[in-house]
Design a protein. Structure first.
Lengths: 407, 221
């Protein structure tokens, strides 16, 4: 009998039924889409942070990039665990690639991440070498500028002799070490090349190698403040950018995190235009949407649940007549609840289907909408609860009271 | 034995200073058309509601076939032992005339086809045509609606019909028709029909008239 009642009522009140159905569908779809937007924005923000390239250089208190940074400070920055890569140009040590470079010393660069160093200029590796092998090496390996390779008639994998320091220093160190100390052990394998800008003779070495050379030519200098490294730039780890909001808001938090007083005394100049101009506004927008989501969700669920409840309350006269004719209260409730729940659930299903259709079905749609399932379930459950409460209300009390109320 | 009786029945609405029905005792016999008359607020509709088992009296008893209805399942009592007719018809707006009459039959478990057959007979007996049976209440006149309501009241097979101002919304012609139907039920089919009315002309057409005043029932004729 309940089924018959429901099946008669729904098509015979087409406007009411259609409105209930479409409203439930629209609210479900809107809420689902809102959640999907929030989720996809968050995923996009995370993805952008993963791909963002944020660089930082030690700077003075005025924010001007420091051109002279002690080796020790660089070492500390690297050990502070927020840099995923580093490169810098040495001014305290220079080499000639002998015998060809008689017209000038080569600029010497060191890096822990050749990809970082070569991100704009392109790197070519000799067979068997890659960025990781290079970064972790402290062997005599180096990259040479392409022009130098051409000029010297070298190819990748060849060996070259490097001649350290200038003539005057050679003499000083010859006195200390005896003989031509600068020619010994300075045979380097060329494991890669890079396109250079101004200096054709640029040399790139692993950070470990150059530290070893410094220690050789300036014993103890790498630990002290006497030897300088310029144009230091390191890349901030993406996972920190993504997960540690304080770093994004205030990059110098990176330094404050360090237990070293020497690091805490530094200031960073951060090159994060993409983060500032693109990702952060999107992130702030997403934060706001996430903040609103529980309220919007609760409001939509409440409205979605209130509509069938109101329709049932409007059926009080009918419920009173049913009770007067001897219909049990339980059956009256079942009739009213089933009709409205059928419409509500069909509306929710329609809304979910529409959402999936809009998102192209499949796994991607399921992933986009996965955060909304709880709200859909809440909507269905709350609707059921409200329908039961409303039907209990309209069928409660004596039949006499119901008839008088329904008049 | 009386079809239905009231024994020292008193009923008060919550917060009311005086009882709506005050220590009323009365027997209603089968085969008789009764009228209960009285001014508005005299308690006549409440009396009818108590007879219908819509609520139980605060004091006293309503007896059906000599048994207190307080001992019965009131839903079952209303479903099978009494029938009600209302001033405002109270037909289900989304059911056709035929389906409205089928409702009490289906409620007591009569199969759909049989319910339709019996409903057709009942509707025809009160002058509703086949075409009118397929109409929704909103598409029927007041008189037609009340005749459908009478057919619905007859559907359950209950032999006591309680009618609360059944002619209150009808014109003179339809009033006469409805009263004729109710009178024939009492006279020809041994129904106990109790009509609450404030229409003196309607009361004149009944067998017995009771007057209700300030919750007290007294026989007038």
């Amino acid at each position: 009998m309940v089924t018959k009642y429901v099946l008669r009522h729904i098509p015979r009140a087409p406007v009411r039924s259609l409105l209930s159905l479409l409203l439930a569908a629209a609210l479900t779809a809107s809420l689902g889409q809102f959640i999907a937007i929030v989720r996809s924005n968050r995923a996009l923000v995370d993805e952008m942070y993963d791909k963002a390239e944020v660089y930082a250089s030690p700077a003075n208190r005025s924010g001007v990039v420091e051109t002279s940074v002690p080796f020790g400070a660089v070492d500390l920055l690297l050990s502070a665990d927020f840099a995923s890569g580093f490169y810098g140009e040495s001014t305290g040590l220079c080499f000639w690639v002998t015998p060809a470079f008689e017209d000038g010393a080569a600029s010497l660069y060191a890096t822990t991440d050749p990809e970082l160093f070569g991100r704009a200029i392109g790197m070519t590796y000799a067979e068997g070498y890659d960025a990781d092998v290079f970064a972790e090496s402290s062997d005599n390996v180096c990259f040479l500028g392409e022009a130098a390779l051409e000029k010297l008639g070298l190819k990748l994998g060849d060996e070259v002799n490097l001649s350290g320091a200038d003539e005057s220093r050679r003499k000083v160190y010859a006195d200390i070490y005896g003989g031509d100390a600068f020619m010994e052990g300075l045979r380097f394998t060329v494991i890669g090349s890079f396109r250079t800008g101004i200096g054709d003779y640029d040399i790139l070495m692993p950070w470990g190698t150059i530290m070893r050379l410094y220690d050789r030519f300036y014993p103890g200098a790498a630990d002290g403040d006497g030897t300088m490294q310029t144009a230091v730039q390191f890349r901030v780890r993406n996972d920190l950018l993504r997960d540690e909001r304080s770093y994004r808001d205030s990059p110098n938090e990176l330094l404050a995190k360090s237990s070293s007083q020497r690091i805490a005394a530094l200031t960073l100049r951060v090159f994060d235009d993409e983060v500032k101009n693109v990702i952060k506004p999107l992130e702030e927008n997403t934060d706001l949407l996430e903040l609103l989501l529980p309220f919007v969700g609760a409001a939509v669920v409440a409205i979605g649940a209130a509509i069938p409840g109101l329709v049932i309350l409007q059926s009080s006269k009918e419920a009173a007549t049913m009770r007067a004719l001897g219909t049990t209260r339980r059956r009256v409730m079942a009739m009213l609840v089933c009709e409205q729940m059928l419409l509500t659930l069909a509306g929710i299903a329609l809304g979910v289907f529409g959402l999936f259709a809009a998102h192209g079905f499949g796994h991607e749609a399921a992933a986009d909408l996965s955060g909304a399932y709880g709200y859909f379930a809440a909507c269905a459950l709350l609707s059921a609860a409200v329908c039961i409460a409303a039907s209990a209300f309209v069928s409660a009390g004596s039949a006499l009271k119901l008839l008088q109320t329904g008049e | 034995m009386a079809a239905i009786s009231l024994k020292n029945v008193t009923y008060s609405y919550k917060g009311a200073a005086k009882p709506a029905v005050n220590s009323v005792s009365c027997d209603f016999e089968a085969g008789t058309l009764y009228a209960v008359v009285g001014p508005s607020g005299s308690g006549k509709s409440t009396l009818l509601a108590l007879l219908a088992g819509l609520d139980l009296p605060d004091e006293g008893e309503v007896l059906f076939g000599g048994e207190s209805i307080a001992a019965l399942d009131l839903d079952l009592y209303r479903r099978e032992y009494i029938s009600m007719i209302f001033q405002a018809f109270r037909l289900f707006p989304l059911l056709t005339a035929l389906e409205n009459v089928c409702y009490p039959l289906e409620l007591v478990g009569v199969k759909s086809a049989e319910a339709k057959r019996r409903a057709r007979e009942l509707l025809a007996s009160v002058g509703i045509t086949e075409e009118e049976m397929r109409r929704f209440p909103a598409n029927l006149s007041g008189g037609q609606q009340q005749r459908v309501a009478i057919a619905r009241a007859l559907a359950s097979g209950a032999k006591v019909i309680l009618a609360d101002e059944p002619t209150g919304n009808l014109d003179v012609e339809n009033t006469q028709t409805v009263i004729d139907i109710l009178a024939s039920l009492a006279d020809e089919r041994d129904y106990c029909v109790i009509v609450v009315t404030h229409d003196a002309e309607v009361a004149d057409m009944t067998d017995v008239v009771y007057r209700m005043k300030d919750g007290v029932l007294s026989r007038e004729r």
